[in-house]
Ligand binder design. Structure first.
Ligand code: GLY
Length: 415
């Protein structure tokens, strides 16, 4: 820390406020609160770890049963990533051992060219590993190979990375795919290969043009014509209906554009993130506790629709994404706007850290949070814990801890 910042930090600490990058912020959550939740999470994840077979990856806990996946499932990086964050937040070496034991079972996905989810799978896991240990021998080559696999899915005509390969889609791109761009920009930085950065920026610009409605809510899937690059369809596969605002999709968008502003400093991405934040935070269907329903348009579902009886479910996974993204966005904005994002993230974190969302110790299969929704229209993972909700919750706790310590929320990989 430079001398001027150090003096400012000491002064602010005395006055009970923290300073970040020269900005002075009122932080209402205490160090004890954040640490208690990190410590609770570290104990809780050991329950899940004890039940997780070596070669498997936690997905959810449903009907009192653990559900695991193989390494090729899009969520396989979240459990190792959560272990890394909790190791960072508690220095508990048992967690370090657990993540080091798990990663060899995930490494082969670096060669997987059949999915766009390699950022989730490899950057949350090996990326955090490289960041926290600096061990380039163990982790860097996995990231570099994985980024090349992801880049192989870029198409010059659609100017996007393809999300899914299955029918009936032609060339589908989902809003979730924004999250995988950080993997490319970071590998670009660590290798000096400009190609990855350029692909990520192009994908984000195309998505900005085609995925959003006038009110800045996002469709879930844009289906492209691979030959012409034209848009064939605009759909919302996991939401209430095509024109609805699926809550987690808005979270992928908010986080994605905030992160892409950090990575590129392009104002168009910052403005997009601010518009998305406004859409979410001003929405009349956002409940007072700021844990969103699974879809902002759930009240427009017809009573004859099979989803109707479950329309009022919350999606905790969306709230965790909002909290983590808003903490970051608060750092790129000023004055009342910055304070608004910080305050909203604090409310989300406070409410996520208690009943009914936070698990009772030792219960819920060792997951940290309950009440997420995977895909209600597909009747899949409905009102359950989800591995990615836990990941982004712990990420938000760590980001907040860093703010309390006068550090940046940004996780730098330095080699
Ligand atoms: N990426 C899939 C989901 O958000 O459910």
């Amino acid at each position: 820390m430079k001398m001027k910042n150090q003096i400012l930090f000491v002064l602010c600490s005395i006055l009970g406020i923290a300073t970040v990058n020269g900005q002075v912020k009122n932080l209402k959550l205490t160090k004890d609160f954040i640490q208690k939740n990190l410590d609770d999470a570290a104990q809780q994840i050991k329950v899940l770890a004890a039940e997780t077979p070596n070669e498997k990856f936690p997905k959810t806990f449903e009907n009192n049963k653990q559900v695991f996946s193989s390494s090729s499932w899009w969520c396989s990086g979240f459990y190792p990533g959560t272990l890394w964050y909790l190791y960072e937040g508690t220095h508990d070496r048992e967690l370090l051992q657990k993540v080091e034991d798990k990663l060899p079972f995930l490494e082969k996905e670096k060669n997987n060219k059949g999915t766009h989810d390699l950022g989730f799978m490899l950057f949350c896991s090996f990326g955090n590993g490289l960041r926290l240990t600096g061990d380039t021998v163990k982790y860097k080559h996995v990231l570099v190979t994985g980024a090349e696999s992801l880049a192989s899915r870029f198409n010059e005509t659609t100017k996007t990375i393809r999300s899914w390969d299955h029918k009936p889609w032609n060339y589908p791109v989902i809003i979730d795919n924004m999250m995988n761009l950080e993997f490319l920009t970071q590998v670009s930085k660590m290798t000096g290969n400009q190609k990855y950065y350029d692909l990520a920026v192009t994908h984000a610009q195309t998505t900005l043009k085609n995925h959003f409605r006038k009110d800045y809510s996002s469709y879930h899937v844009i289906d492209y014509n691979e030959a012409t690059g034209g848009v064939i369809g605009k759909k919302t596969h996991q939401g209430a209906f095509d024109e609805s605002a699926w809550s987690r999709g808005q979270g992928w968008a908010l986080y994605g554009y905030t992160m892409m502003y950090r990575e590129t400093k392009k104002k168009e991405f910052l403005n997009q993130a601010r518009h998305i934040a406004k859409y979410i935070l001003n929405h009349p269907a956002l409940p007072e506790d700021l844990i969103p329903y699974w879809d902002f348009d759930k009240d427009k579902i017809d009573p004859s629709n099979k989803m109707y009886s479950k329309k009022d479910l919350r999606d905790v996974s969306a709230a965790t994404l909002y909290a983590s993204a808003l903490l970051e966005l608060s750092q790129y904005t000023k004055g009342q706007e910055s304070i608004l994002y910080l305050t909203k993230a604090e409310t989300m974190l406070t409410n996520l850290s208690k009943t009914p969302y936070k698990s009772v110790a030792g219960e819920n299969g060792g997951y940290l949070l309950n009440h997420s929704v995977g895909a209600l229209p597909l009747n899949s993972e409905v009102d359950v814990p989800l591995t990615y909700a836990d990941y982004y919750y712990v990420e938000a706790l760590i980001r907040y801890k860093r703010l309390l310590e006068g550090q940046s929320v940004i996780f730098e990989i330095t080699m």
